[in-house]
Design a protein around this ligand. Structure first.
Ligand code: HEM
Length: 431
């Protein structure tokens, strides 16, 4: 009988990056990793929470608003998205994208600082060690996935075949679970490390005074090379890169002079003429809207009441007009506040003889794409500032901004501010 000796991983010599002495940076250690971890502990929950809020803002329980299918218990927190303050979605989604982009350098340097732990040898020492490594793999994998898909989506670049929304939604929950576990396990080490060295002291130390950390942490190089940059330098570069990204992004939501330097915003800043010169996500041509559809023959159908209506644009302009300064806030993070005027949705409901309704289904002339229809809640459709807008900043809507008529509702995600509206249906869904 031939007995083949099976060597357990612990008896196999570590090679390449699995050798502890392959990692030579004298800067790595629990202190540096903890400082970066503390920054992420402050920033990542903002990104995760505002991401979840974005899901709630779609009002996924209404009509066909939920584009990711039924997520089971994962939408336990969903509540009716309010209309006040009108800038709520501009704030939450602006924070989601802007903070996400600004955290990129910190995430990358944190990964670099903890890299030796990803090459632990032997790879699996015990069931507890296996569990820790699995949670680490989920944390690193989901972070990279969320950042990569989120940034490409915000740049309107979709190189994948899967549904971004579904993948980013479930990826978000994997991230949240792994992040909470990781933070809970590492919090005591982080607090201890941060107490051992004061940040201000470290920021005063130049290259000459930069020495390796001491202790038995596997992050500390056993055979460090000489430092080529101080910890102050690493933190300064990381923080500077982060602030630089913040400055180049924030203007797309904040507006004002900052909008001029929002170079990372995927939308140019010259997008129409005069009063219509502000951001557009989808032009009329890109979604196949033809001038013949929006000309004199266009009619708005209003259904669901005792008196179904067919209204021309002149007919709509003859109704009471109301004007409000409201932001339009896109899921990709940008927002812009303009003065919209048109007919209140609740006036149209009254005119059509709608006594009560649970949902307002809005349909566009658009025949393709996920956002050719959207369902609004009674709170959204009934707000006095919720308009079927016909004009913006005193001029007719341009074709690209939704002529002949579009929806403007305070705090509603931009994708639900349907353009080129052709039909409104007030529905009763509950007995
Ligand atoms: C830890 C990181 C992140 C988590 C947990 C997270 C979570 C989420 C969640 C749960 C949603 C809602 C998805 C839905 O409505 O089904 C969302 C939307 C979104 N996220 Fe993130 N996200 C993360 C990072 C990022 C980053 C870094 C960016 C880009 C800078 C980003 C860009 C977006 C965009 C553009 C949307 C809106 C998509 C749409 O409604 O069309 N995300 N995020």
């Amino acid at each position: 009988m031939i007995v083949r000796a099976v060597r357990r991983p612990s008896h196999i010599a570590a090679r390449g990056p699995f050798r502890r002495d392959a990692w030579r940076s004298p800067l790595r250690g629990p202190w540096l990793t903890s400082v970066l971890g503390a920054a992420l502990l402050a920033g990542l929950p903002i990104v995760a929470l505002t991401g979840l809020l974005s899901y709630a803002a779609y009002e996924p329980a209404l009509g066909r608003n939920n584009l990711i299918g039924d997520p089971g218990p994962l939408d336990f927190y969903v509540f009716s998205w309010p209309t006040s303050p009108s800038w709520l979605y501009a704030l939450t989604q602006g924070l989601h994208v802007t903070v996400g982009i600004a955290l990129v350098p910190i995430v990358l340097v944190k990964l670099w600082s903890a890299m030796p732990r990803l090459f632990d040898w032997p790879p699996l020492r015990s069931p507890a060690h296996a569990l820790e490594r699995a949670s680490l793999a989920l944390l690193v994998g989901s972070t990279l996935f969320q950042f990569a898909t989120g940034i490409l989506n915000a740049q309107l670049y979709y190189p994948w075949r899967f549904s971004f929304l579904a993948a980013h939604f479930y990826g978000g929950w994997v991230f949240i679970a792994a992040f909470v576990l990781h933070a809970a396990i590492k919090l005591p080490t982080m607090r201890r490390s941060l107490r051992e060295r004061r940040l201000l002291d470290e920021l005063r130390r130049g290259l000459d005074a930069t020495t390796p950390e001491t202790g038995d942490s596997p992050l500390i190089a056993p055979a460090p090379s000489a430092p080529t940059i101080s910890r102050r330098g690493v933190l300064g570069l990381t923080g500077g890169a982060s602030l630089g990204l913040l400055a180049l992004t924030a203007g797309q939501s904040v507006g004002g002079p900052l909008r001029e330097i929002a170079l990372l915003a995927p939308h140019g800043r010259d997008l129409g003429d005069g009063p219509n010169d502000f951001q557009i996500n989808k032009t009329a041509r890109s979604v196949g809207i033809r001038p013949a559809q929006t000309g004199d023959a266009w009619r708005l159908a209003v259904a669901g009441g005792a008196r179904p209506l067919e209204l021309s644009r002149e007919g709509l302009l003859a109704l009471a007009q109301h004007a409000y300064e409201l932001p339009i806030a896109c899921v990709e993070g940008w927002s812009t506040t303009q003065t919209w005027s048109g007919v209140r949705l609740r006036d149209l409901a009254a005119l059509a003889g709608v006594a009560a309704f649970d949902e307002l289904l809005v349909e566009s002339l658009q025949t393709a794409g996920s956002f050719r229809r959207a369902t609004l809640s009674p709170g959204q459709a009934g707000d006095r500032r919720s308009l079927l807008a016909l004009r913006v900043n005193g001029a007719d809507l341009s074709a690209d901004h939704g002529f002949p008529a579009r929806i403007i509702v305070p705090a509603l995600p931009g994708v639900h501010c349907t353009k080129w509206v052709r039909r409104l249906e007030f529905k009763v869904t509950r007995a």
